[in-house]
Design a protein. Sequence first.
Lengths: 270, 688
Amino acid sequence: MASPVKSSPRDAQVMGAILKEMGVTEYEPRVVNVMLEFVYRYVTDVLEDAKVYCNHANKKSLDAEDIKLAVQCRMDHSFTSPPPRDLLMEISKHKNSQVMPLIKPYTGLRLPPDRYCLSAPNYRMSSHKAVKKHQARIQIGLPQFQQRINLSQMSMTPGFLAGKLGAGGPHLTVVSKPGMGVPAVTIVTKPSGQQTMTAKPAIRISTGTSLNSLNQNRTFHQVVSTSSSHAGPQHTIQFQPLQSTTTSLITNQSMNPLKRKMEDDYDNPS
Amino acid sequence: MAGNEVPFSDSLKTQANMQQSLPFQNVPKADVSDKQTLLAVLQFLKKNNLKGTEELLKREASIKDDDVRPQTSSQSETDVSHALAAYKSADDPSLFTDYYTDLKTFIESCLDAHKVELSVILYPVFIHMYLEMVYNEHESYAILFFRRFSKEQEDFYQEDLQKLATVTKKEHMKGNELMESFKASKFVIKMSRDSYNHLKRYLQENKMKPLLNIIQEHLFIDVFDGVPRTKQQIDATSGALLGESERDANKVKVFYGLLKEPDINMPLEEEDEPPEGEDKPKKKKPKKDPLMMKKSKNDPHAPAFNRIPLPEMKDQDKMEKITAYREALKRVKVGRDNPPTICFYTVLNSYQGVTSIDMSEDSSLLCAGFADSTIRVFTTSSHKLRSMKTAAELDNIDRDADDVLERMMDDRSATDSKLLTGHSGPVYAARFSRDRKYLVSCSEDGTVRLWSLLTWTNLVCYKGHNHPVWDVEFSPYGHYFVSVGHDRTARLWATDHHVPIRIFSGHLSDMDCVKFHPNSNYIATGSNDRFIRLWDILNGNCVRLFSGHKGSVQALCFSPDGRFLASSGVDSVVLLWDIATGGLMAQMKGHTDTVYSLCFSRDGGVLASGGLDNSVKLWDVIKVLQEVDTDADTSIPSSVHVNDSTGLLIGSWATKATPVLCIHFTRKNLMIASGPAALTEEKSPHKT
């Protein structure tokens, strides 16, 4: 494209001349504008920095040294250039002297350790958090809610309910009883033939008055049926937990029994 | 006048070996200040023609005269300034012009045979004289000198001269990369012995001290015994930033053969081709096909199979090989009499700006990298692109089924193209792996990313280059890939290491393209400094240096048998190199603009090239091979003939307005080319 028109400002003409000298013969007209903007910004920044250095050195006015220093600092900061050739030769000599790493046989996907891959999940399910929140709200008197989380056919983690649960996995439901005002957590288990309920699950209900202004009645209802038949009734444990920690304990471990143990749930303080 | 001959006496005394160089003072890195004073004293002695004292001082101070090769001399910051200090001479700058004109007249007065060889020396002498004047702060003289003589230099050096023209003050010298390359490395010139003697005699007679200094310190004259070269021969191999490649650089043995293929039991009885039914009983025997026979013999030029660790072949790979072999049987023979059919894929309406296009080896997938940092993968066959099922669904499928590879794909996700996002800068190259499971891409943000083509997600981000990465390529056997970029290095990565396992450095300017050799033991890199280097992966050494391009190298391609390398770039000339000797075999001129893509046909008989001039040209490689003079002694540059005939062009086909970014030959030798349509509004007829 043609060099800037004669009627354009002097700066634009200078920029056109610079482009011509550097061998750039074809360019869109807007290039001159963009280059001028860059020049203005760069020069302003350098001059400001130089002023700072000048003040620091307690000089009366700017001189060439301040400008030089400002330019140098800016160069190192924003316009990094590739490393010098001799440094590259050194590095490559060092690297190339190492033996080629062997390839592990019979692996499927050959990838670096997980830390360096982008294959980790970058999200976390937070549905139990919602339960907690609701419960907290209930404690200060919000209308009841009904929430049923039914996990069927899931094997429980062994540490739950003192271990010894039989096959077929327990069920966990969170049921809110109308009229109670607080949700109840029902743990439904298949009969295991054991008095598993003697050792109560680590759920304690306490009437913590500080947390609840309503001071509702809490009932801890435990129905233990000691029938030994396999098709027997279900054990139920009903309680209305007050503290959020306990619910989260239950819901956490029961919500995602398949969840890997190593993934800590930060909400779970236990 | 015995004193005058002393600087050359060393060269005369050395044994009659083919290569010689003028003595160069390589100073041990002992004490910088002492060194400098010593050198200053030496300079003084030299200036005043006290040669005897000079030699004595050199011997006593144990400053060795080493033959240092330009490519291996590495100098640190202090050395550069030290080398700059060597310019300090109180010579009157006006004398420089006189020296230069005298040299010119002398060369003109030589015999024709020597004239062309000696005129090569004018360019580096001009450069160094100019730089010396600038260093000594004779700015006005320097500018005058430059203006007077720069236009007389060769065309292909004009770009470098333009860059150098911006260096007019001493302070400019420090930051200028081009200048640093000139300072730190020597300019290589190949000269026959007769011309060299001529030059020596002239310089001795006329006692031009600064000229002598310059030639001694900055030039490396590779002397060979033989007939002086013609202008054509010299032009063919000159043009690189630092002259030509010296013969030593191309002496190492290169294993250019293909790897021995493991014997696969070809279950050809499963072949379902009715027309060949009568051949069925014959197929049970090992087929005497030229395709297989070559590979079963032991090729002396082939590297050992375990020279570098390569992944072992899985069942899937074996199936792939069998399919490839079957398709290769149906290959069409292409040549001058039978030009290949060309199928062109045009990317239309790509507002984002297509920066690279690549096809998979079996031609079923095409991927395009865009300037808006996305990559799009298209399917060229009727099979749609599907992604793998989720983990939950995968649990339910039967793993022992025969078609488990089909079952694991989710048909609901079948589409014609998939979009891959992840980069934060224009994607400059995106390449498929041979088994079509991975895609590797590089971009301006300095990262190289590995994508899975089964889940269509980004698997790994390799960070190593801190500057834009211009090209990346997968190894033909998988597992390795190499990337080149602005930081003048090539890095070899393995998919299971987050850091590179090899770093190849040596180029003087950024590296623009890279290709793996078919045997996966070597890589070729083309750079902005107009050199092409062949690197050995095993130890990281540069084994070949090819000079001859007059513009930045943008495209490379190895021949399928691994013996030749084709290259091209901004100078729009396609060059064919012989890897075994490092010599240039043919120059193919015809393109009028930068060539961005090169590809050999599957049997290596035809070379296709395409570029910015919107055309595809086919070149006859068989003719080049036929006309090669196998008796020539390749160590003597003047006896090597470069095939330059215009008869090498088979044909040229133009597109409407589409630069050709990718050329690919299918397994059956159908040619596929691809490019982004560059239709602009100005071409519209309705514009008033």
